[in-house]
Design a protein around this ligand. Structure first.
Ligand code: FA5
Length: 343
């Protein structure tokens, strides 16, 4: 009997050692089967029970239970230990080195057209201008008729227009906002600019697009003259290009202004000496402008004897192309990141 109990004791020692050595759940399960399973040595020893006296049976029964409890407790302990070990390894693997440099996030930027539009707006707001808006889908009446361009007037050919119905169209310029603002201001003086989209049935090329942007300007008040127009544009462009700019007026024609002019600015690159940017003329053409035609102000409810005004309409793409020396208008619309990242 003593021998049997001793064997069980040795087996328990052996099991404890083997459990301690297990390095994974799989290994631990094997060890568990080896020392507690149906085909284990433990079961072999317990089989000896049959040939024993009642007393010895009791002794072996107690010793067997004790063995089972202790070995199971060792296994339990090991399970927790392996669990802890696993968590430790996982944490070690996931450690973040906060001293490492972070990957660079690519930042978005404001589209160059929007940048120049906002600069233009800021300059004008500083000079006391309000910023107005008008709809892209416009009445023929505001886009043409009330700008002194009646139906069938040859001047309509100057802008090839997208008509929606006979009375509505996609505005071909921002000038209808002149009419809308004058109607709103009801005979009172004001200064406004209006940036926005314009649409024409032009063929797309390096300098033309079927949809583009303009900034309209309109000042109505007492004794407004061409000198005010010239002074205002000189100030705006000097600020916008960050250099002293000269302005040149060339006679032109628009039905809604009289006199009408096309406006050139001195080439900001060569200062007027002549260079490839200005095609060696020293000047760059930027916009159309003029004094508000009395027919236009009278139609919109203004007394043209009391108030005069000047108006201008500048192409925003043209302005931006000149400012940043961009040679193809399509760059603005094709979402080419290489191009966009320069701004
Ligand atoms: C006009 O649209 C007049 N409404 C401007 C005006 C306003 C004159 C107030 C007098 C008083 P014009 O058609 O020239 O004028 O166009 C003005 C500017 O818009 C041009 O100088 C050009 O920069 C731009 N523009 C015209 N058509 C296109 C186009 N298809 N693509 C890109 N820009 C264009």
């Amino acid at each position: 009997m003593e021998k049997i109990l001793k064997e069980l004791e040795n087996l328990q020692e052996e099991a404890k050692l083997a459990i301690g050595k297990a390095k994974s759940d799989v290994e631990l399960n094997d060890v568990k089967a080896q020392y507690l399973g149906k085909k284990s040595k433990y079961q072999e020893v317990m089989q000896l029970m049959r040939g024993l006296s009642v007393d010895d049976k009791k002794k072996l029964g107690m010793a067997g239970n004790d063995y089972k409890m202790k070995v199971e407790a060792e296994v339990e302990k090991k399970v927790l230990e392996l669990e802890k070990q696993k968590i430790k390894e996982k944490l070690a693997k996931e450690t973040i080195d906060v001293t490492l440099p972070a990957p660079k996030l690519s930042k978005g930027s404001i589209h160059p057209l929007m940048q120049v539009k906002e600069e233009f707006e800021d300059i004008c707001i500083e000079m006391g201008y309000e910023v107005e808006e008008g709809p892209d889908v416009e009445w023929d009446k505001y886009n043409f008729e009330m700008l002194n361009v009646p139906k069938d007037h040859p001047a309509r050919d100057m802008q090839d227009t997208f008509y929606i119905t006979s009375e509505t169209l996609l505005r071909s310029h921002t000038s209808p906002v002149q009419v809308r603002t004058m109607l709103k201001k009801k005979g009172k003086p004001f200064k406004i600019i209006c940036p926005g989209a314009a649409y024409r049935r032009d063929n797309d090329d390096a300098t033309h697009s079927h949809q583009f942007s303009q900034i309209e300007g309109l000042v109505v008040g007492k004794d407004i003259t061409m000198a005010d127009l010239k002074g205002t544009l000189t100030t705006i462009f000097t600020k916008l290009f960050g250099k002293e700019m000269n302005i040149r007026f060339r006679p032109s024609f628009f039905p809604f202004t009289e006199p009408s002019v096309e406006v050139d600015v001195s080439c900001y690159k060569c200062g007027g000496k002549g260079c490839p940017l200005c095609k060696h003329t020293g000047w760059i053409e930027l916009l159309g402008a003029g004094m508000v035609h009395p027919n236009v102000s009278e139609m919109a409810g203004y007394d043209s004897k009391k108030y005069t005004g000047f108006a201008f309409g500048v192409g925003l793409e043209r302005l931006t192309m000149v400012k940043y020396q961009i040679d193809d208008i399509r760059e603005f619309y094709t979402n080419n990141l290489k191009f966009m990242r320069q701004f």
